[in-house]
Structures are given as structure tokens and as C-alpha cells.
Design a protein around this ligand. Structure first.
Ligand SMILES: Cc1ncc(COP(=O)(O)O)c(C=O)c1O
Length: 363
């Protein structure tokens, strides 16, 4: 009998490989821990879904109290809207005629707000939404030191006034992503740099408020700064995302959240202490470093090619061809983007396979 990958109740070792395996108990604890922390600090959660790319996980976060989610790309937002998520923020710019038309269309299903920082873009958004008798919620992106997108403080007031004059747009607030501080390994330095970044965001808010304009949303934070940014007076919500599965790279600097995701692979060759497993660059990313072997212990990953992964057995074991081994990618986001499904389990027993709806939806 062929075993179906999505057969609830099977042992996960029966699932074909390479596959993404997620421990549901750990994810639920991570979601609860972050939401409780946000509640205790009087900020809302609007978790970033760029990592999980699936309404299945977004709904779990909303069930625990999140006010909505963030999506990195319009394509991901379309999938989340189709999957029943009612409130979405794209904390990025949506530029160009065809994307703006898609943004109009998706706003007929769910409320999808976007970040803005360019006058031509604001004009195009305003025209499209007015023509469709719709209103688009916008927040201004402030450059808080990451030097990616975003306005400087001396541009904020005029830009806010411009948005306020535009038909089809509703000014909701501001955001600033402190991506340059989230991975600083020294905690004190992370606190100092994050506080500097967030003080700039709060100064932007103050400038707008001094001009008599209400700022409802002040949005920021990644997983590495959740406990710093949430304490800054005036921040209204957190955009953290990776904490849901907890990246291998974040675990190098703190362990407030537990790793929930691994890639299950099969040993396809063994010669003395050298083994080859069936994952490669097409099934696991290494943009933030080589994955590590989490089970069994005592195996070191050496290199990845397209379909193969070479490892060395450092502590003698009886691993043989056909046995399973589990890897932890350093960066979940880019690994998840390579797969069609999550295999979600409790205590090693499959609960369900969950489609990764936003996989590859980078337009
Ligand atoms: C704008 C924005 N907000 C929030 C996040 C979430 O960060 P993390 O995955 O570290 O929680 C990201 C990550 O890239 C981001 O680009």
C-alpha cells in the first residue's frame, strides 16, 4: 500500500523526503508567548507572514489576539485574502500600474493597507482608488537607520499633508523597521541601537501630531527586538514574524522562542563516516549559512549541491541508507519558499499537511 503524505495519524517518519516538518505544540507556545508579551506591554501584534506564507498560521495568530498580519509582497497578500484574512498591512511599497490595479482588486476582498514614501506613487494610488470609489489605508515608512526605504524627518510633515489632501487615501500612521539592529548579538548594544532607531520613529510621530494630524498606527519591530521596541512609549504594534518557527540564526543570539521547524531528509549513501542525504539547494536555503543537523546528534553538514548534501559522522552511530535525519535551516523564510507543504505534527504523529499558499508569490 502506498502511504499518502497527508494521511492524518501516520508517524512522520513515513512522510516522503525532503519535507518541512513543523512541531505544532512548539508553534502554539511561540505564538502565545509573543501575544502574551505584547498584551502585557500594551501593544498590538500584527505578525509578519513573510516567513510562514500561509493563512493556516495567520489564523492561529489572529485566534490568539493579533489584530491582523503583515505581508511582504502583494502576491502573498492576495493568497492571505483568499484564505480569509480580513486585515493585512503590506509594510512595503506597491509600485506600478498593474500592481496598483491588483491592490484595488484585493481591497474588494480584505482591507489591505500599504507603506508609502514617494510622491508619484501616492498620486498613482490616490487616482486608482478614487476611480474605484475605494479608500486605501496608507502608512508612511520612516528610515529608522536601516537605509532601505523610508523618509527622513525633514520630509515627514509635508509628505503627510500631501497624503491628507489626496482623495482615495486615508492616512493611518507610520512605520519604521529596525532591520539593522535585530541581529546584533550583544544585548546591550541591541538595546542602544534599537532605542536610537525607535526614537527617530517617535520623533516622526511627534512632528505629525504637532501639525494637528492624528497618527493611529506606529508600527515596528522584528523578532530580535520584540522585547525592546515594545517598551518604547508610543509604539502601537509589533510586526515580528520569524518567532513563529524561530530561525536557526536568531537562536545564535537568544532562545526566548523555541525552534519548531526542521527539514526531514533521508540518508541515500554511506561510506564509512561519510553520508549523503537527499536535500540540496532546491530544498533548503543557505543564504544565512549552512543548515545544522539537529537529529541524530554528532553529524556535521559539510556542503550542499543541487540535489545532494554531504555530511560527516563525528560521533559513531549505526545510521544506514534509508534512515531519516533532521536539519535546521538558518533562515526559515527562504527554505519555506522552496516547498509546497508543511507537515504539521504533535509528538511525531502527523496532524495535517498544510499548503504553503504564498510560496513563490513574490510579485
Ligand atoms: C518590514 C518588516 N517588518 C518586520 C519584519 C519581521 O522581522 P522578523 O522576521 O525578524 O521577525 C521584517 C523582516 O524582514 C520586515 O521586513
Amino acid at each position: 500500500m502506498t502511504i499518502q503524505n497527508n494521511q492524518k495519524g501516520i508517524n512522520i517518519s513515513e512522510i516522503d523526503t525532503p519535507s518541512i516538518i513543523v512541531d505544532l505544540d512548539i508553534v502554539e507556545n511561540n505564538i502565545k508567548k509573543m501575544q502574551n508579551f505584547a498584551n502585557d506591554n500594551d501593544v498590538s501584534m500584527r505578525p509578519h507572514s513573510k516567513t510562514n506564507k500561509s493563512p493556516y498560521w495567520a489564523k492561529k495568530q489572529i485566534d490568539q489576539g493579533a489584530i491582523g498580519i503583515c505581508c511582504a509582497k502583494l502576491g502573498e497578500a492576495e493568497e492571505m485574502a483568499k484564505g480569509g484574512i480580513a486585515e493585512i498591512l503590506i509594510p512595503n511599497q506597491i509600485v506600478g500600474k498593474s500592481k496598483i490595479q491588483r491592490l484595488v482588486n484585493v481591497n474588494k476582498i480584505s482591507k489591505v493597507m500599504v507603506a508609502v514614501e514617494n510622491e508619484d506613487n501616492v498620486n498613482e494610488l490616490s487616482k486608482a482608488f478614487e476611480e474605484n470609489s475605494l479608500t486605501l489605508g496608507v502608512i508612511i515608512e520612516v528610515n529608522v537607520g536601516m537605509d532601505r526605504c523610508g523618509l527622513e524627518l525633514d520630509e515627514i510633515v509635508d509628505f503627510t499633508k500631501l497624503i491628507k489632501e489626496k482623495k482615495g487615501l486615508s492616512f493611518e500612521g507610520i512605520m519604521g523597521y529596525e532591520g539593522h539592529t535585530v541581529n546584533i548579538d550583544n544585548y546591550e548594544e541591541r538595546v542602544n541601537e534599537t532605542t536610537k532607531a525607535m526614537n527617530k520613529l517617535i520623533s516622526a510621530r511627534d512632528l505629525i501630531v504637532e501639525n494637528g494630524i492624528e497618527v493611529k498606527i506606529v508600527s515596528a519591530s522584528g523578532t530580535g527586538t520584540y522585547n525592546i521596541t515594545s517598551k518604547i512609549e508610543g509604539i502601537t504594534e509589533l510586526q515580528c514574524g520569524s518567532y513563529i518557527f524561530m530561525d536557526g540564526n536568531y537562536l545564535k543570539i537568544f532562545d526566548d522562542f523555541q525552534p519548531a521547524l526542521s527539514l526531514m531528509c533521508t540518508v541515500v549513501s554511506r561510506r564509512k563516516n561519510n553520508i549523503v542525504i537527499d536535500c540540496g539547494l532546491k530544498s533548503v536555503s543557505m543564504d544565512q549559512g549552512l543548515p545544522e543537523v539537529v537529529y541524530p546528534k554528532g553529524i556535521k553538514l559539510i556542503s550542499l549541491s543541487e540535489e545532494h548534501c554531504k555530511c560527516i559522522i563525528e560521533e559513531e552511530n549505526d545510521l544506514k541508507v534509508g534512515d531519516k535525519i533532521f536539519l535546521r535551516p538558518m533562515h526559515s523564510d527562504t527554505t519555506i519558499n522552496l516547498h509546497d507543504d508543511y507537515f504539521v505534527h504533535r509528538d511525531g504523529i502527523l496532524e495535517e499537511s498544510v499548503p504553503i499558499a504564498g510560496r513563490g508569490k513574490f510579485k
